[in-house]
Design a protein around this ligand. Structure first.
Ligand SMILES: Nc1ncnc2c1ncn2[C@@H]1O[C@H](COP(=O)(O)OP(=O)(O)OP(=O)(O)O)[C@@H](O)[C@H]1O
Length: 640
């Protein structure tokens, strides 16, 4: 059976091309400039082997001309040009890319050609009612003119053109109801579009720009002479051409990097760190990344959008490519330029391809190493950085059930009670005495208060350090990490308000067990009086000078209960509660009082005291008490 070829309704296809591919009209200029740059690349490439090419490297240019009166915008290049046949083939056939063919024919060479789909040119019809292309191919004496008003087809006629290259004249559409086409006749807007998308096109993009200057003061000007101004035009190069990220780091000064960062990312302070990365091999890309010196005001809000600017062969594809940055490094700003991306036809989006993932993984490692280096070699700066972005790193550790915790754990800092400064987990572990079983921490609102907690006193007296955690994410982060240290010598994290702190010797433990047994009835009576508020009352091993404290049992600590209950939108879910235990200090005189009440059968009074002590313990922990009025009254009773 004969296989028939598909037919396409070319009018409709063109219409689709023009109106459906691109979401943004202004990219027509990006497409035409990219074509011009490709055409120059091709001629330049030819000149390397063909000495009949007389254009010098410095003479290549792309010229933009504006004629507001006639509503035309003209783009001229002195690239390779097109023959009559090429005009027919390339501009008369939708989805035919001469550039892709060129790339295939010269595969071995390192040429950075942009075009590949064979549709970009038609984007001109988004803004132009008529497009005229006058082109003279290199090596040809004749020039040809291709002209079209869009869907109706095109004409090709012989034309006059002195030099090799291509001139594209667009008649810009009249404004329509909801469309302002005049903006494509506005000099400032055109400059803006060129800078936005084509700043790093390798050849100069020039335009005659109108400027004003003061006229020279006449020699005979009197005292009352007022400066006069005149307008003049000047050919200005609009693009900066050489991307900073393609220059080697040794060639670029710190000032240049800093200025580039501030201009590009609208920051007023220098970046804390600059990362220049160039990779060949599995992921081919150039990247220039910055770690900001401080967090933007909206960083920890929903408004903040992470992402890196993505360029393909020097042309801007995406302003914020989120897929290039993991959430835990969302503060990083910068640029990635790669030739190997699978762009979709509009060049506005990427196919989710492996290449992107490779780049992302490689950047993640680079960022981590840079942060590590900053932590080890420039601690003051790292501390500053951590104050701004540490919270994000901790969230990163906690997120996805700790999937990134191995990557991030060495970047974390916590407040050391002993040293009264931020330290890393490694620094904590390095200073641990031989006999210390756990990495101790206390979680709450302020370091000052935490350091005064009854159990903190005990840990510090032993000569052990204590991490004071004051951010809501801290304890969740440590819970995900579970332990830290060299393999097989890992030390578990231990909240000083929860469970056995492992501070006692075997004899001390035994004595405590015996004392507990002896006071069993007292504890039962107090538990009953507290009416379900605690799961147990027992003797404490974490108290020195205070009479009582609240400890928790199970996975949820007191501080985590506080954090979870303070979260907005927890909905109708019942507030999570930690399992609380009231602990008593057997060496405190209050304990004697309690024992006496129990022995004398003064159950009611014992119940009152139990409640006062329970509330007191809550207050010490920084927890709210259920009935402050009842508590105040009970205390007043005692004072009578
Ligand atoms: N200024 C120019 N000088 C020389 N050839 C050109 C010029 N503009 C376009 N061409 C030719 O026309 C072809 C089609 O251009 P078009 O912009 O439609 O697609 P493309 O650049 O190949 O691919 P893409 O859709 O990815 O931009 C190009 O491949 C190129 O061969």
């Amino acid at each position: 059976m004969a296989v028939k070829e598909f037919k396409a309704e070319s009018k409709k296809l063109l219409d689709m091309m023009i109106h459906s591919i691109y979401s943004n009209k202004e990219i027509f200029l990006r497409e035409l400039i990219s074509n011009a740059s490709d055409a120059i690349d091709k001629l330049y490439f030819k000149s390397l082997t063909d000495h009949s090419v007389t254009t010098k490297k410095e003479d290549y240019q792309i010229l933009l001309e504006l004629d507001k009166a006639n509503r035309t915008l003209t783009l001229t290049d002195n690239g390779i040009g097109m023959t009559k046949e090429e005009l027919e083939e390339n501009l008369g056939t939708i989805a035919r890319s001469g550039s892709l063919d060129f790339k295939k024919d010269n595969k071995a060479e390192d040429i950075d050609i942009i075009g590949q789909f064979g549709v970009g040119f038609y984007s001109a019809f988004m803004v132009a009612s008529r497009v005229t292309v006058i082109s003279r191919a290199f090596g040809s004496d004749t020039a040809w003119q291709w002209e079209s008003t869009g869907a109706e087809g095109y004409t090709i006629t012989e034309a006059d053109k002195e030099d090799v290259g291509t001139k594209i004249i667009m008649v810009i559409k009249e404004n329509a109801e909801n469309e302002n086409y005049d903006e494509f006749l506005d000099e400032y807007n055109l400059v803006h579009i060129v800078k936005k998308y084509s700043d790093y096109v390798r050849y100069p993009i020039r335009m005659e720009r109108e400027k004003t200057r003061a006229k020279e003061r006449p020699a005979d000007a009197g005292e009352d002479y007022k400066t006069e101004y005149e307008t003049y035009t000047e050919l200005e190069t609009l693009n900066s051409m050489v991307p900073l990220w393609k220059r080697s780091k040794s060639e670029v000064t710190d000032e240049e990097y800093n200025q580039f960062y501030k201009d590009k990312f609208y920051d007023f302070t220098d970046p804390a760190r600059v990362i220049v990365s160039r990779t060949e091999g599995t992921a081919t890309y150039n990247a220039l990344l910055f770690i900001p010196g401080h967090a933007p005001f909206n960083y920890y809000s929903r408004d903040y959008e992470k992402g890196l600017q993505l360029y393909a062969s020097g042309v801007l594809i995406m302003d914020k490519c989120a897929d290039l940055l993991p959430d835990h490094f969302s503060f990083v700003k910068g640029i990635v330029d790669s030739q190997d991306l699978s762009l979709n036809i509009s060049r506005e989006m990427l196919q989710k391809d492996g290449q992107l993932k490779l780049i992302r993984n490689s950047l993640e490692k680079k960022i981590k190493n840079e942060l590590n280096a900053m932590k080890n070699n420039d601690r003051e700066k790292y501390d500053e950085f951590f104050k701004s972005f540490g919270r994000q790193l901790k969230f990163g550790c906690y997120e996805s059930y700790g999937a990134n915790s191995d990557l991030l754990k060495d970047l974390l800092l916590f407040h050391s009670a002993k040293e009264n400064k931020l330290i890393s987990l490694q620094e904590y572990v390095d200073k641990m005495p031989e006999d210390q079983k756990y990495i101790y921490y206390a979680a709450g609102d302020s370091t000052e208060r935490l350091a005064k907690l009854p159990a903190a006193e005990l840990v510090l007296d032993k000569g052990y350090d204590l991490l004071l955690l004051t951010e809501d994410v801290d304890e969740f982060c440590l819970q995900v990490l579970r332990h830290y240290g060299e393999k097989d010598k890992e030390k578990e994290f231990k909240n000083i308000s929860s469970g056995d702190l492992g501070l006692e010797s075997e004899e001390e433990k035994k004595a405590a067990e015996e004392a507990s047994e002896a006071n069993k009835d007292l504890f039962e009576a107090m538990k009953t009086a507290l009416d379900g508020k605690v799961t147990a009352v027992r003797l404490s091993t974490r108290l020195k000078s205070h009479p009582v404290c609240i400890a928790s049992e199970g996975p949820l600590s007191l501080e985590m209960e506080k954090v979870l209950n303070a979260m907005p939108n927890s909905g109708d879910m019942p507030a999570p509660k930690s399992e609380k235990v009231l602990e008593l200090n057997a060496s405190h005189p209050v304990f004697e009082t309690l024992k006496n009440l129990q022995a004398n059968g003064e159950t009611e009074k014992l119940g009152k005291y139990a409640n006062i002590l329970y509330n007191q313990a809550l207050l010490i922990e920084g927890m709210p008490i259920e009935d402050p009025v009842a508590y105040a009254q009970a205390v007043c009773e005692l004072l009578k």
